[in-house]
Write a protein that binds this ligand. Structure first.
Ligand code: HEC
Ligand code: HEC
Ligand code: HEC
Ligand code: HEC
Ligand code: HEC
Length: 345
């Protein structure tokens, strides 16, 4: 081993690997300007707002009053979100990118109805069937945290998919009220819903079916069964993915500043988020320096890494290079959830 240098490209490869698998074309669903509200709140509250378009209500309508939250949701304000062009199978097929109005950031929730990757995938895999019901759901009840099996939400009709996951998707209850942690007085009906501050809020779309260890689309169940219930920690999804700050709920409202969650949901499109998940240690055997062990340790996520869809993977590539720059050995590992119930499926 005297003249041998060992290069570990694992950490770079982890980041590069995720970027490669998960790079997506992108844009933003909402119009670029948050219109300044001209009608005073009191006047608006004289006639209570309801939302006849349901979860297809464009988020910019809520953004007229909830400006800071809208800016995070639609433009990724305060995040490092980026969406690269996406090559679905081969570069020859052409890259997927968003048509029309384009912005450089925006949360995955805000683009979920126009993200070209799922639209391409369902065309390719499902003959165009609107299988991705969680990308544009009707109002739902928040399930109990202990529910053994998580049902899929109901999808909106096809003509109403493009708004994606709107403010109303998470906040509108099936009986037409706006759920929130406080039940504050507002120009629309509100209902105090303590469950909105727990992981149960995310369960419907971030898990499907029963717990199957190793399978894809299990994020909520991984969190519940492997982290929360085992006593490893008490953080809810929001504590990491929607960190809070003190501010008014609605800029022009009468309410005072309170803890408000940043609607930024950084995940696979954020380098900051991905690089906080794993740590790595390399150990050389004393007897045989050529025998190397790699430990990949989850230090930042309260669920598996990578989590979510089997379309993503983390790669660890090791390459041993001698003093002359010649590669002596290489090895690559892939970490990814399974598509189905078994590792061979
Ligand atoms: C005309 C202005 C206006 C519009 C439009 C509006 N809101 Fe509000 N909303 C308010 C005000 C004002 C409050 C109360 C603020 C306070 O007490 O500080 C509020 C409160 C809330 C709350 C907090 C509820 C709680 O627990 O206290 C949520 C959640 C909310 N709105 C969501 C929405 C959503 C979703 C939409 C669009 C479908 C929307 N709002 C549209 C003005 C508006
Ligand atoms: C109505 C369904 C729904 C709910 C409820 C929901 N999500 Fe999502 N979420 C999605 C979908 C669909 C995507 C992917 C959209 C895309 O990339 O096109 C997503 C994407 C994300 C991402 C980003 C992943 C990436 O690729 O960058 C994070 C992080 C996230 N959600 C966290 C949460 C948290 C935390 C909650 C609960 C507070 C939550 N979500 C509630 C459906 C939902
Ligand atoms: C993916 C689900 C999701 C979407 C989409 C969403 N919210 Fe929220 N919202 C939440 C959750 C969860 C909370 C409670 C956060 C917490 O734990 O403090 C919340 C809280 C709020 C509150 C109360 C203040 C607070 O943070 O507790 C307001 C107001 C609000 N949201 C408005 C909006 C508006 C306006 C939009 C669209 C621009 C929007 N939300 C989109 C999940 C969502
Ligand atoms: C202790 C902090 C923490 C908690 C709590 C947490 N996460 Fe994460 N989450 C992370 C980290 C770190 C990553 C990056 C690793 C990865 O991409 O797999 C991540 C990644 C994600 C992604 C990205 C997947 C993708 O395809 O881009 C989603 C979605 C997500 N989390 C959802 C959730 C949900 C839903 C919950 C609650 C059930 C939750 N997280 C709880 C830290 C956390
Ligand atoms: C149970 C809810 C759910 C269903 C059903 C669902 N998805 Fe998703 N999808 C998500 C969530 C949540 C994410 C983002 C986070 C993750 O990786 O879990 C996502 C992300 C994606 C992505 C990656 C988007 C990007 O830009 O990163 C594609 C592609 C996708 N879904 C396609 C589909 C297709 C095709 C179907 C139907 C076969 C489908 N989805 C059904 C919840 C769902």
């Amino acid at each position: 081993m005297k003249n041998t240098r060992i290069f570990l490209i694992g950490v770079c490869a982890v980041v590069a690997g995720v970027a490669l698998v998960h790079a997506a074309g992108w844009a933003v669903a909402q119009s670029a300007e948050i219109k300044k509200r001209t009608t005073p709140m009191k006047q608006a509250s004289a006639k209570e707002l309801d939302f006849p378009k349901g979860t297809a209500t464009p988020s910019v309508e809520c953004g007229e009053c909830h400006q800071a939250i809208y800016r995070e949701y639609a433009f990724g304000f305060g995040t490092d979100l980026t969406y690269k062009h996406m090559a679905p199978k081969s570069a020859q097929e052409g890259l997927l990118s968003l048509k029309g109005r384009v912005s450089s950031m925006g949360t995955a929730h805000s683009i979920s109805g126009i993200d070209p990757w799922p639209i391409h995938a369902r065309g390719d895999e499902m003959g165009g069937k609107s299988c991705n019901v969680c990308h544009y759901p009707e109002p739902f009840e928040i399930p109990d945290l202990d529910k053994p099996e998580i049902e899929r939400p109901k999808a909106r009709p096809q003509g109403q998919e493009t708004e994606g996951i709107t403010c109303a998707s998470c906040h509108l209850t099936p009986d037409g009220k706006i759920r929130g942690p406080y039940g504050a007085e507002a120009p629309h009906k509100t209902v105090k819903e303590p469950k909105i501050k727990t992981s149960a809020m995310c369960a419907h779309c971030h898990s499907a079916g029963k717990r199957v260890v190793g399978k894809q689309t299990q994020t909520f169940l991984e969190w519940r069964d492997d982290f929360f219930k085992t006593g490893l920690g008490s953080q809810q999804c929001q504590d990491c993915h929607m960190t809070r700050t003190l501010r008014k709920l609605a800029e022009a409202g009468d309410g005072s500043a309170r803890p408000v969650a940043r609607h930024s949901w950084t995940g696979g499109h954020s380098t900051q988020r991905i690089s906080s998940a794993l740590s790595m240690v390399m150990v050389a055997d004393e007897q045989n320096a050529a025998n190397l062990k790699f430990y990949v340790i989850n230090i930042g996520a309260a669920h598996s890494v990578p989590t979510g869809s089997s379309r993503r993977a983390v790669f660890l590539s090791a390459e041993i290079v001698d003093a002359g720059g010649r590669t002596l050995a290489t090895h690559e590992w892939m970490f990814a959830p399974w598509f189905g119930d078994r590792p061979n499926y």
